[in-house]
Design a binder for this molecule. Sequence first.
Ligand code: CA
Length: 236
Amino acid sequence: MNATAIPKTRVLVVEDEPDIVELILVHLRHAGFAAVAASDGVAAQREIDAILPDAILLDWMLPGGQSGLDLARKWRANPRTREVPIILLTARGEESDKIAGLDSGGDDYITKPFSPNELMARIRAVLRRRAPEQLSNAVTAGDLTLDASVMRVLFRDQPLNLGPTEFRLLHYLMKHPDRVHSRAALLDKVWGDHVFIEERTIDVHIKRLRFALGEAGIMIETVRGAGYRLNPKQEI
Ligand code: CA
C-alpha cells in the first residue's frame, strides 16, 4: 500500500545573499521541508501569491525598496498572510533591533551567523506554536465533528469519550468517508507499519469505536469481505 502523499511543509526564504540562501535551502530540504527562495520583496510577494508558505524566513536587509521589517508589517496586515509564522534573519544583534523585529510582526529573530541546527529548531518551534490554529478546522461527517487540535469529538454538539486509538481511527475514517478501507490499510494508516498487531485487532477497535459513538456508531459500516467504511449519510 502506498502512503498517501502528505504535502510537505513549505518554507519561503527571503534572502539576497546567495551563500546563505544555498545553506538554508540545503538544510531545509534535508529536514524534509519544501523550500523556495526569493531575493527581494517583489519576488517574495510573487511566491506568496502563487502558494502560501507555512513559514517565512525573512532577511532584514534586502535590496529594493522594502526591508524585511516593511515586508513583515505588510504580511501581518494582510488576512491571507497574517497567520504565517515569520522568523527574521539579521546581522544586527542589538536589543533594540530585536524589539523592532518582533514589533513589526516577526515571531522570532535569529542573528547571523547562526547554526543551521539552531535555525531548524526555531522553525519547528514557530510551526508548533502555530499548529493548533492551523489544525482547528475540524472534520465533520453527518452530525459528527472531530477536532484533532483539542482531541474532541462531538455528536449533535454532545462530547463523546474516545480512547486515543479509537480517536485516530475515527479521524482517519472521517477524513476518508464513503471509501471502503481494508483491515490491512487501516493498520498501515492508523497504526503505522512499525506495529506488529493482527488484523483482527482492528475489529476490536472498531467495536469499541462504535460503542463510544453510541447512536452514531451505525455510521461505521462493515463491508463483508472488504473492510470498513464511514457512511456520513447514514440515517440516525
Ligand atoms: Ca541581506
